[in-house]
Design a protein around this ligand. Structure first.
Ligand code: TXA
Ligand code: MG
Length: 352
């Protein structure tokens, strides 16, 4: 299949998205930009489109898709009931990086929800995405536009790497402004449950709806209970090299990574390091990535997936990362990094 490629600027004209809309209505697939990461879109109400999405991504079909909408009224046609809390969250955070899990209506095929009787819905905060959704009929089912298991794409070039020849069109809308996937909140119980941490923090959610809890399975990797978001059980966001996260006192971390890197290089390995503005000059490796200042969590989040992909381009086979304890997005950043590392952590602090 030939994959068409269009690039849109800030002041694009709506007609530029006509063809993309027609492709979706005809059952095809189009990758599109959002503020979080690029999505791989199909018609969310067409079971065959959802099947195609799973195929193109190489994704297990029990892992449900998010339906993206462009207008609040459309929330009511894909859900069976919308609680007051859900309405308040939609009003507070949409368009934006918040996905809500609600009971689905009969118009949503089980192919889209991975067989569940609930549906994930989000309204992205990106002009191109919103116009594309409207022109495509209003309901775009979309996972992140990466091959299953790889880091999510934050640039059209990442989508090309993974999806060229597998989908009908890629819309290039520049770099994703947030760079990590949306916060997912389950609203099917009285107390909302965070199934995946993201840009919108627990604190921000609580300000609108009171008590909010985390799905215990996402806080504890050794937990026996399965995560409520099926996708959270898979190894994910992973570069090809083995990634370890090194925790502890800053000087000890630097010393440890330096020593390990030196030995690995001697043995002919290719080593990558994820460091910060404050620390990167301490390192000498095949690739040293300065991901940004420790105090600038927005930049760390935005660059994380691109950095992980760069290691693949450089054929790095061993990677060390420092830990990021930032105040708001720290949970989301570490959640992605830990999954990319297959939870391999080296803890150098005394009180383990
Ligand atoms: O920011 C985002 O959310 C991006 C952009 C493209 O919108 N999308 C995204 O989709 O991250 P995906 O498919 O990569 O991740 C969706 C997650 C998966 O972990 C899936 O298991 C979970 O949402 N999910 C979807 N529907 C669900 C449901 N009904 N119940 C529980 N979890 C659900
Ligand atoms: Mg994904």
């Amino acid at each position: 299949m030939e994959t068409k490629y269009i690039k849109l600027e800030e002041n694009f004209s709506p007609e530029a998205l006509c063809e993309a809309g027609e492709i979706i209505k005809a059952g095809g697939l189009v990758a599109f930009p959002t503020e979080t990461v690029y999505g791989l879109g199909g018609d969310g109400l067409n079971p065959d489109s959802s099947k195609k999405i799973y195929e193109a991504k190489g994704r297990p079909s029990d892992n449900p898709l998010i339906i993206h909408i462009a207008e609040l009224k459309d929330l009511f046609s894909v859900t069976a009931e919308v609680s007051e809390k859900a309405t308040s969250l939609a009003e507070a955070f949409w368009p934006g990086p918040l996905t809500m899990i609600l009971k689905k209506s009969s118009s949503v095929p089980l192919e889209t929800t991975g067989g569940l009787d609930t549906v994930a819905v989000r309204m992205p905060d990106n002009k191109i995405a919103l116009e594309f959704i409207k022109q495509a009929g209003g309901f775009i089912a979309a996972p992140s536009a990466n091959l299953s298991g790889r880091p999510s794409p934050t640039e059209a070039s990442h989508v090309k790497e993974d999806m060229e020849g597998r989908i009908d069109m890629i819309i290039d809308g520049g770099t994703s402004t947030i760079g990590l996937e949306s916060t997912i909140v389950d609203l099917t119980e009285d107390i909302p449950i965070i199934l995946r941490p993201g840009y919108i923090s627990m604190k921000s959610l609580s300000r609108v709806v009171g008590d909010v809890i985390y799905d215990p399975a996402i806080l504890d990797a050794d937990s026996d209970t399965a995560p409520r978001a099926p996708g959270m059980k898979y190894r994910h966001y992973a570069p090809k090299g083995d990634l370890s996260i090194v925790k502890g006192d800053k000087d000890k971390v630097i010393e440890y990574i330096r020593r390990q890197t030196e030995e690995a290089l001697k043995e002919g390995e290719r080593v990558g390091i994820i460091a910060t503005e404050e620390t990167y000059l301490n390192y000498n490796a095949t690739v040293v990535e300065n991901i940004g200042s420790r105090d600038d969590e927005a930049t760390i989040a935005r660059r994380l997936y691109a950095v992980l992909r760069d290691f693949d381009v450089e054929n790095v086979n061993r990677i060390y990362s420092e830990e990021f304890n930032t105040p708001n997005m720290g949970q989301a950043i570490m959640n992605r990094l830990m999954k990319a590392a297959g939870h391999h952590i080296i803890n150098l602090s005394e009180d383990k």
